[in-house]
Each structure stands twice: as C-alpha cells, then as structure tokens.
Design a protein around this ligand. Structure first.
Ligand SMILES: C[S@@+](CC[C@H](N)C(=O)[O-])C[C@H]1O[C@@H](n2cnc3c(N)ncnc32)[C@H](O)[C@@H]1O
Length: 253
C-alpha cells in the first residue's frame, strides 16, 4: 500500500472515532496527572519511573489520538506538543485541553510520524501509546531520533505481536473496546530493534501474559491474582515474555 493510501485509511478511521467521542470529554478530577495515571495503568508499567518529573519539560505526544495523555502530561506541568494524522482527533484533544484549562501548555499539529515538522533536538521527552505500530519504521525512526534532544528519553507502550494465538484473536475475534484493525501491525522483536537504532540505552519490558484476559471482559474489573501470577511467571520463565500482549520500550538518546 502506498503511504498516501495508508494515511487516507487511517485518517478516515480515526476521524470517525473522534467524531463519536466529541461529547464524552470531561474535566479530570483534581490532582490528576500523567505520572499518577501511568503508575496505576498496567499498560504503562514502568513509564512513570523511566520518564521522571515532567514539570517544565518539552514533551512530544506521538500520535496523541483524543489527547487523554496529552492533557494529563500538561496537568503535570509539561509543555506538550502533540501530533496526529487525524484532524478530528486533534479537535477533541483541543476541547479536552480547554475543558481542563491547560490550553496554554498544549500545542497541536496535524502531522505524520514519517515526516515531523519539528526542529532537531526539540524535545526532552517523547511519549507514545499504541502509535509506533501504525508507522513505517524505516522512515519514521530517523524522525524520532532527530526531534529528541541528546540525553532525552522516549517511551512507548505498544501491542506486541509475537503470540500467534493473540494475533488470531486480534484479527478475528470481537472483544470489548477493540479498535478496528487497519494498517497497524503489532510490533515484533525485529521491529523493536529497528526502533532502537542509534539510542544509547534500550529497555524492553513485556506486560500482560495471563492478565490480558481482563481485556476481553466487558467490565472494568481488575484481577490482581492474575497480575500477580503474571509477575511470577514472567520473572521465573523469561521465555514466556514474548507471548505478552504489550511491550513498553524505553529509549535514551
Ligand atoms: C490506537 S490510536 C492511539 C491514540 C493515542 N496515542 C492513545 O493512546 O489514545 C492510533 C493513533 O495514531 C494515529 N496515526 C495513525 N497513523 C499515523 C501516522 N502515520 N502518523 C501520525 N499519526 C498516525 C491515528 O490517527 C490514531 O489517532
């Protein structure tokens, strides 16, 4: 598929989702912030510790979507630039920033990860959730390296694509909160290597082995027993890590 066709199909899909969410944006409760949120979200395990304080930092939210993380990072005092291909998603992000009274800390740009309109070394921190696997690594990865300052940190939480059973489920089974499948491809270890090129430190952490079953259940219920079992299994049997649902990748430039 040509790159413009990829963009077109992604834009249409995410614009439509954004339009449906327009009325579902509220102010966060007092004391909300990204680091606090990330500490309690299994998909962002280790992210808060890796990034550290966001106060005054120039942060880039990679493929920000509806801006939930953009706004939480601004609530922590970061100066957040966020980009996305989907104009309607950015409109929702702007609305969320305004409702939360932090518009002055947020700057939004329609852009593709393959061609970023930011100068070299513009950001102290890059954060992305479920975005790298939508991009073409060969042309996007040099852009990531370019816009991050030397000594800067990038961290991504992405679907991992090494578990054949999970790949089948992702393609063919309907479950709660499932995003429509498009050009995106959950990351393989080979992809992670491509994204890591040129960084001085690379940290890879696989998350959710058995506890991925939580995702299939309609309720928001958490199962601490499953998470404890995961911790035990993943520590004790490292070969199981590849079968996890999510991977968090921390990169130091
Ligand atoms: C799964 S959503 C994740 C959104 C957000 N990061 C979050 O965690 O809620 C993927 C996002 O990537 C955006 N996207 C897809 N391909 C892109 C590209 N090539 N460049 C920039 N954004 C892209 C989509 O518009 C969509 O908002």
């Amino acid at each position: 598929m040509m790159i413009e066709e990829r963009y077109q199909s992604e834009r249409e899909k995410w614009d439509e989702i954004a339009q449906e969410k327009w009325d579902e944006i509220y102010a966060y409760p007092p004391d909300s912030g990204f680091l606090r949120y990330a500490s309690g979200d299994i998909g962002l395990t280790g992210v808060a510790e890796f990034i550290g304080s966001l106060k005054g930092k120039r942060v880039l939210d990679y493929g920000c979507g509806l801006g939930a993380m953009t706004v939480l990072m601004a609530l922590d005092g970061a100066k957040v630039t966020a980009f996305d291909l989907s104009r309607d998603s950015l409109a929702v992000t702007a609305r969320r920033a305004s409702i939360n009274n932090i518009s002055s800390l947020v700057s939004l740009t329609v852009a593709a990860g393959e061609n970023l309109p930011f100068a070299e070394g513009s950001f102290d921190v890059v954060f992305g959730r479920s975005i790298l696997h939508h991009l073409v690594p060969k042309i996007s990865q040099p852009e990531l390296c370019r816009v991050l300052k030397k000594g800067g940190k990038a961290v991504f939480s992405e679907p991992l694509g090494m578990n054949p059973v999970l790949s089948f489920v992702r393609k063919h089974v309907r479950y709660a909160d499932k995003n429509p499948v498009g050009v995106d491809q959950p990351l393989t270890y080979e992809d992670i290597l491509k994204w890591s090129r040129g960084f001085s430190e690379v940290h890879v952490r696989e998350i959710q082995l058995i506890s991925m079953l939580e995702r299939g259940l309609k309720s928001q219920k958490k199962f601490p027993g499953l998470r404890r079992l995961d911790n035990y299994l993943l520590r004790r049997f490292s070969f199981l890590r590849r079968y996890c649902r999510i991977v968090v990748i921390g990169l130091l430039k």
